[in-house]
Design a protein around this ligand. Structure first.
Ligand code: ZN
Length: 105
């Protein structure tokens, strides 16, 4: 896979070398120049492409009310009793049930 790119770089470096009148001892410079050209031509800019297309569903909206297995849950503060230390549980308002979709906001 990498041979193809390397071959292109080699050919490009050779072309640059000939363009410059075949100077001696400039192989590394030509290779680097060819490598840069190959790199910028073969790769697409990835500054904005990657994360822009990511779905934005996963921030609390994915569990709609009424979805089986989600939504209401036993209150972790009172373990579903609705009371903490003899008084009404503030976390669930005394119901012993919390709605996962709403709680935490
Ligand atoms: Zn509670």
């Amino acid at each position: 896979m990498q041979d193809d790119r390397e071959n292109r770089i080699r050919e490009r470096a050779h072309a640059i070398w000939e363009q410059e009148g075949r100077p001696e001892g400039r192989h590394a410079d030509h290779w680097m120049q060819a490598e840069q050209e190959a790199g910028s031509a073969g790769q697409q800019p990835q500054e904005n492409a990657g994360s822009a297309a990511a779905p934005s569903l996963s921030s609390g909206d994915d569990a709609a009310p009424g979805t089986p297995g989600t939504g209401e849950d036993v209150c972790p503060e009172c373990q579903g009793s609705g009371q903490v230390a003899g008084s009404e549980c503030r976390n669930c308002g005394g119901t012993g049930i919390v709605n996962k979709g709403i709680a935490g906001g």
